[in-house]
Design a protein around this ligand. Structure first.
Ligand SMILES: [Mn+2]
Length: 311
């Protein structure tokens, strides 16, 4: 079977569905996007007629908007081909569509994109590899890190799997864990990985310290916000500083000038609602929004007042 997968670009919850798909289907093509870009990308691929080449189209850890969902709902063939598995509570209302499943929590535990997709695959295509404990154990670590439930029992291994994605990069990570899942029966971290993680830990600590010194206080919509510019380790920077400065700031906004803004908090403030003001989305304590369209050009003009556009 040939499938096309749309998934979330930036974390293990978005990347793991690629690995799972490869363990199940003969041919897997995948497109990795952000919540802010998925709709446009999906629409383009749809209008190009590319979906005709696939048996199924999956969307994981992301969701399409109402307008596109309505379009699909009216397309009798496509409706049967597309399946969405998301867990972002801002998308809960999308459950009204037969091909969309959005589950934030089953009552006992929180779900993530990978855990929902894994359950679907296991029920629909229970092959030998998929039934091995290694897959279940890997998906559980992803779930723990993505839903923050690792904090409850301090399952530090969940943070390791996320750090390894940063160290390896997407392509190598996918390759490595695809082969690992084929070969191994249980999940574990090898000595080499543990060494890499130790080095990475030191790098992150140093980076956070540096960013801490550069934090800028701003008032936004009545909130006290600590603003940090960071291109690396954005989640770690945001989480650590939100915790450390909870008496001073309501939450932290990490701006990556070349990509987007991440919001991180530890208080009872719905950051997904705050992100929405700026066209973003996410979870209560971790959300994001995209940047103004002309930001980079504006920065260039601010720095080089005499610059001219060039081709
Ligand atoms: Mn997720």
């Amino acid at each position: 079977m040939k499938i096309l997968l749309f998934s979330h670009k930036s974390d293990v919850d978005g990347i793991t569905p690629v690995i799972l798909s490869k363990l199940v289907f003969e041919q897997v093509d995948y497109i990795l996007e952000e919540p802010s870009t998925i709709n446009e990308k999906f629409k383009t691929v749809y209008e190009e007629g590319t979906f005709n080449n696939y048996d199924f189209i999956y969307i994981t850890d992301l969701c399409i908007n109402q307008k596109i969902a309505q379009q699909i709902e009216q397309d009798e063939i496509l409706k049967e081909k597309i399946l969405v598995f998301d867990h972002h509570h801002t998308n809960i209302e999308m459950n009204q569509y037969s091909f969309i499943t959005v589950i934030d929590s089953d009552g006992e535990k929180k779900e993530c994109g990978s855990s929902l997709y894994f359950q679907h695959l296991l029920e629909t295509y229970p092959n030998e590899t998929l039934q091995k404990p290694v897959i279940r154990e890997m998906v559980e670590l992803v779930r723990l890190i993505d839903t923050w439930e690792w904090k409850k029992d301090n399952v530090i291994e969940a943070t390791w799997i996320s750090s390894l994605l940063g160290i390896y990069g997407r392509d190598y990570y996918i390759d490595f864990y695809y082969n690992f899942c084929l070969k191994e029966s249980h999940f574990y971290f090898n000595q080499e990985q543990k060494y890499l993680l130790e080095v990475e830990d030191i790098r992150i600590k140093n980076y956070i310290e540096k960013k801490e010194g550069e934090m800028i206080p701003v008032e936004l919509h009545g909130y006290q916000v600590g603003i940090v510019f960071a291109e690396l380790y954005r989640s770690e920077v945001g989480n650590r500083l939100a915790e450390k400065y909870q008496d001073k700031y309501d939450f932290i906004a990490v701006i990556n000038v070349s990509r987007s803004v991440s919001y991180r908090g530890v208080k009872d403030i719905d950051l997904s609602a705050f992100a929405k003001i700026y066209g973003g989305a996410g979870h209560k304590q971790a959300a994001g929004s995209s940047l103004p369209e002309n930001l980079l050009n504006n920065i260039i003009e601010l720095i080089f007042k005499d610059s001219k556009e060039s081709t």
